[in-house]
Ligand binder design. Structure first.
Ligand code: PMP
Length: 316
């Protein structure tokens, strides 16, 4: 089935009622290279280097009440990732934006998680990416799986992973590449320890980020977060908290290199991410943070974040 171009402008809000439950899941449509395909038939070639080598990049994006949160920032990060991988996107940014709106709309979603994937495309079994003439584009829009609401009150338990974050020189963590094994193996460390997230250090021992979230600390009323020089995904939620949410609460944020000792000594620790939003940390390993609960500044920032995205989520 081929798609008709969406008449909406890339920044226009989505306006369709939400479908729900198993029926909605079964009838989901996935956008693949310009066509909307039924979920059960939505497949890619085994010769796609995205499958063979994790060669490609992706974005995880949220729609709140019909508005795609920070759509433009996500698209810019996606095209930056592609450029760093020397992957040529098949479609221009505006067309991908339109296709994302179309995929959300056709699935009757208003609150959604959107996955955008560029794969290197179909090629030979060799590594050479330039023998893959056309890159692949996939858009999945689904209902969002969230942390249980109680966790936002009690706080998240995390560990410090043994495994360091991959150095910038090897594969810049700022690239949201399809090769997530560094994060996955650290996540396995967390799961083995019975928790949901792990703090990752870089190979020089500086705090980098978590497996799927960025990290902030609060000490003596001051909020700080590791500098991107430590090597990390430049989180869209992190940037929104630094530039908009915290200033609106009268709380400046400092970006700096930090050691794990700074985290253990913090009054509060919180994480940011597309799925998690702003979530407090109650324990790092066996060490309670903020008395083993969620601190007041975290609550303030989390509430302000929620207010902003639920009222009128910015799409820029
Ligand atoms: N770090 C990593 C490794 C991530 O995968 C993510 C996204 N899940 C984040 C941080 C948070 O980034 P964002 O706020 O853009 O979702």
């Amino acid at each position: 089935m081929s798609t008709t171009p969406c008449a909406e402008s890339p920044m226009a809000p989505i306006a369709k009622p939400a479908a729900s439950g198993a029926t909605a899941q079964a009838t989901r449509k996935i956008w693949i290279d310009g066509e909307l395909i039924d979920r059960e038939h939505a497949t890619v070639s085994v010769f796609d280097h995205g499958f063979l080598y994790g060669d490609g990049c992706f974005e995880g994006i949220r729609a709140y009440n019909g508005r795609i949160f920070k759509l433009q920032s996500h698209l810019e990060r996606m095209y930056r990732s592609a450029e760093k991988l020397r992957l040529t996107p098949r479609y221009p940014m505006a067309e991908v934006a339109q296709a994302m709106r179309q995929t959300v709309n056709v699935n009757g979603l208003r609150d959604a998680y959107i996955r955008l994937v560029f794969s290197r495309g179909v090629g030979t079994l060799g590594l050479n990416p330039f023998q893959c003439p056309v890159s692949g584009t996939v858009i999945i829009a689904d209902s969002i799986e969230l942390y249980p609401p109680a966790l936002y009150e009690s706080g998240l338990k995390v560990i410090v992973a043994d495994r360091p974050r991959i150095p910038i020189k090897c594969l810049d963590p700022a690239i949201k590449s399809l090769n997530y094994l560094n994060n996955i193996m650290a996540k396995v460390e967390a799961i083995d320890a019975g928790v949901l997230e792990a703090i990752m250090l870089n190979t020089e021992g500086f705090v980098s980020e978590c497996t799927g979230d960025n990290l902030f600390i609060v000490k003596d009323g001051k909020v700080s977060t590791p500098s991107v020089d430590a090597g990390m995904l430049h989180g869209i939620t992190r940037r929104f908290v630094i530039d908009d949410v915290a200033p609106a609460c009268g709380i400046p944020v400092e970006e700096r290199m930090m050691r794990i000792e700074d985290v253990f000594a913090a009054d509060e620790v919180f994480l940011t991410g597309t799925a998690a939003e702003v979530i407090g940390v109650s324990h790092v390993g066996e060490t309670p943070i903020s008395g083993g609960t969620v601190g007041p500044i975290t609550h303030k920032l989390s509430d302000e974040f929620r207010r902003r995205v639920s009222e009128n989520a910015p799409e820029d």
